[in-house]
Design a protein around this ligand. Structure first.
Ligand SMILES: C[S@@+](CC[C@H](N)C(=O)[O-])C[C@H]1O[C@@H](n2cnc3c(N)ncnc32)[C@H](O)[C@@H]1O
Length: 236
């Protein structure tokens, strides 16, 4: 359900289980977002987990103590609960802007291609700050119009998270979109009524769609970032 990430020639290809091969590009975006962040033994929350493929890969590949996938869509959470099974993996329905978790519940919060849907990104960032433990890490991936990139990063930092790293990965996302174009075309042809093809082509940012062209021309930028919650808050 994300646009994917195709590593360039200098990057080591992901080693995937055979059952994950079909989702290589989408999992690649999770791998790029996590970078070298250690997850073993930690409590991980994914906000906007969609159909749960990313949370499932995290739970199986990185073996956190727990992995919770949160999504606004009851249908998505229901699907995840029925089909995604791994040690420590669970799913909860809820809103990124009002998360159903106590303060300081997680060591890591992951958010992939979801925040552009939210009514208020600063409200989301406040919730991430609240549910993270001191010293915890927030990793984020999403796209924005080029002229809104600085604002978007500022919104993530608005409630005390500190931006530790960020990178523009638009080129690798465009490469993934190109690599996945034929597969998406076959799926749309097989499952979608003809009248809805233009809508689905746009939603999937397929070649020739406005969304794809905006990425390819650099008018829309795809970013990954890592933010940290300070280990201790200094008294005022
Ligand atoms: C494009 S999908 C990405 C799913 C997944 N992260 C992935 O990369 O495959 C965006 C997801 O964000 C969820 N979402 C949108 N608004 C939300 C909100 N306010 N709170 C939680 N989830 C939300 C949607 O239901 C959808 O499942």
């Amino acid at each position: 359900m994300n646009y994917g990430y195709a590593p360039d020639d200098g990057e080591t290809p992901l080693v995937l289980a055979p059952e994950d091969e079909a989702d290589r590009l989408c999992i690649g975006l999770y791998a790029r977002t996590l970078g070298d962040l250690p997850l073993g033994g930690r409590d991980v929350l994914e906000v906007g987990c969609g159909r749960g493929g990313g949370a499932s890969w995290i739970a199986r590949q990185h073996r956190p103590r727990s992995t919770v996938g949160l999504d606004f869509s009851a249908a998505a959470v229901d699907l995840c609960a029925r089909h995604r099974h791994a040690p420590g993996l669970s799913f909860v329905r809820g809103d990124a802007e009002a998360m159903p978790f106590p303060d300081a519940s997680f060591d890591v919060v992951v958010n992939v291609e979801s925040s552009h849907c939210y009514g208020s990104v600063p409200a989301f960032a406040a919730e991430v700050q609240r549910v993270l433990r001191p010293g915890g890490t927030f990793v984020w991936a999403d796209f924005r119009p080029a002229e809104r990139v600085a604002t978007a990063l500022g919104e993530l930092e608005a409630h005390g998270l500190r931006l530790a790293a960020q990178e523009d990965v638009t080129g690798r996302v465009v490469a993934a979109l190109r690599a996945d174009d034929d597969r998406k075309a076959r799926l749309i042809h097989a499952w979608v009524p003809k009248v809805a093809h233009p809508l689905f082509r746009r939603f999937a940012a397929m070649e020739g769609s406005r969304g794809f062209e905006a990425f390819a021309a650099g008018r829309t930028r795809y970013l990954v970032a890592r933010l940290e919650k300070p280990a201790s808050v200094r008294a005022a």
